[in-house]
Design a protein around this ligand. Structure first.
Ligand code: PA5
Length: 471
């Protein structure tokens, strides 16, 4: 694998030499060295003891084999895969499928379409969910219900609705044949149902949280079913291991990405934008938004002190959001770090001929391509930000391939746990999300959560003084 096949982190525009006083000094990264070494030692020890399984998922081909076999069966059963899941159970699949299949995947006819059509339902709005069910045919559909805990209200509700939809059309046995459950290997409601009903089931390895699970059957099964080369995806992640295991902040791109963001966060620069210049990578920004927010947004440090720390990740898309967000990024509050994701070699390009009545407005486009314009727009935005003293970085992919996407996701996962270590918080838990889940259980009358229901009722009693009357 030559260097041109490796993603690169270009960090110069985060530093004072390029952006002036608003940038970091290289000495600030050096000063994080001792803290970084401690975090590295801790992560390495925990990884060695099996306490951070996400690190080694790309090497674990057991999940891959099970996913490939299940994908093969699914493709024999139907031509459409409906994924039910939320948060980390959905975002990785959406991101990778969008990156590696054409945006028109679902519209293509079978020989042109690499695998099954894919619908990922990650919300319980009955309007949106109902629209998808209206579109699909039970007899052509395989349903993958994904929940690590096996108890998330949204996913279980979707499961109930879709199970009924399948049973009504195909009967109980037909429905059972079309459901694949992905959940904890031994615990939780979904595992029990899978066992009781004889449903096909895949394992989320213990100790792997939703947002770190894209390289488990959570991502691998649906991605294999829709024609993604999941082996190459894992190979890409594996190929990052050597460099992302290096201890030095300047040597390890994942650590450097984390260290730069944490250094800025400590200066109050707490809005972290990920802005791919690529339609295919737009949902990677969505995946990263969850990873960065849910992992690093924490009330308490590991020692229990209240810190209420965390960046606010923002997703943007180049060039589209140049006409939406970039004005704010160039001139608004100095509270942002922008990371561009750019692709060196596009999978296709479109030539431009300015063979229309003359005019300086279009003549400069003669002989250029859309890809050249996309690249120029990125460079120009980067330059505008840099000139305006706005720190920015670039992650450069040689091309969008399963290999490069595997590297990119793994880099960002490792950066996230390293940033968590520097911030002194646990990046793997999500107590704030759990609270919301419990309050929902209470409101819907789940036994054992009555006190939670009372909490919500107390907080939602209307206050007439603060209620705006209808006009
Ligand atoms: O990253 C996480 O842990 C969460 O976003 C979960 O993926 C999400 O809450 C869904 O949980 P579960 O997979 O248990 O249904």
């Amino acid at each position: 694998m030559g260097t041109q096949e490796t993603i690169r982190l270009l960090a110069a525009n985060a530093f004072a030499e390029r952006v002036g006083d608003t940038g970091l000094r290289t000495a600030q990264i050096d000063a994080l060295g001792a803290e970084g070494a401690r975090v590295h030692a801790d992560l390495t020890a925990r990884r060695g003891a099996g306490g951070l399984p996400f690190y080694d998922l790309p090497f674990d081909r057991g999940g891959l084999a099970a996913s490939l076999a299940a994908a093969h069966r699914a493709r024999e059963t139907g031509d459409t895969l409906l994924v039910l899941g939320i948060g980390g159970s959905a975002l990785g699949t959406t991101a990778v499928q969008r990156a590696l299949n054409p945006g028109t995947h679902n519209l293509l006819a079978a020989p042109l379409r690499a695998g099954m059509r894919l619908f990922v339902c990650d919300n319980v709005d009955p309007e949106g969910f109902g629209e998808v069910l209206d579109l699909l045919e039970p007899g052509r559909t395989v349903v993958n219900v994904i929940s690590k805990s096996g108890g998330t209200a949204e996913t279980l509700a979707q499961f109930l609705a879709v199970r009924r939809w399948l049973v009504d059309a195909l009967g109980p046995a037909g429905a059972r044949r079309r459901i694949v459950v992905t959940t904890d290997p031994t615990r939780g409601y979904l595992r029990r149902v899978a066992q009781a009903e004889g449903l096909a089931a895949l394992d989320v390895p213990p100790g792997v949280g939703g947002r770190f699970s894209v390289f488990t059957p959570v991502g691998l099964f649906p991605l294999a079913a829709v024609g993604v080369d999941v082996e190459a995806l894992l190979d890409g992640a594996c190929s990052l291991d050597a460099v992302s295991s290096l201890p030095g902040l300047w040597d390890n791109p994942a650590y450097l990405f984390a260290a730069i963001h944490v250094a800025f966060l400590r200066q109050g620069r707490n809005v972290h934008v990920l802005m791919p210049y690529s339609d295919g990578l737009r949902d990677v920004a969505d995946w990263f938004r969850q990873l960065w927010a849910e992992s690093l947004g924490k009330r308490r440090a590991l020692d229990g002190t209240e810190v209420c720390v965390g960046p606010t990740p923002v997703k943007a898309l180049g060039t589209t959001d140049q006409h939406s967000q970039v004005q704010l990024y160039v001139e608004g509050p100095q509270d942002k770090v922008i990371t561009f994701v750019e692709v060196e070699n596009l999978r296709r390009d479109i030539d431009l001929r300015a063979d229309v009545p003359g005019g300086a407005e279009v003549e400069y486009l003669e002989g250029k391509t859309l890809g050249a314009l996309l690249r120029a727009e990125k460079r120009a935005t980067e330059a505008a930000l840099t000139r305006a003293g706005r720190p920015n970085l670039t992650i450069r992919l040689p091309r969008i391939s399963a290999h490069a996407v595997g590297q990119l996701l793994h880099l960002l996962q490792i950066a996230t746990v390293f940033a968590g270590g520097l911030l002194g918080i646990d990046p793997l838990d999500q107590p704030g999300v759990e609270l919301g889940k419990e309050l929902t259980f209470g409101l819907l009358g789940r036994p054992g959560y009555e006190a939670r229901a009372r909490e919500v009722e107390l907080l939602s009693t209307p206050d007439p003084r603060l209620t705006v009357p209808h006009l």
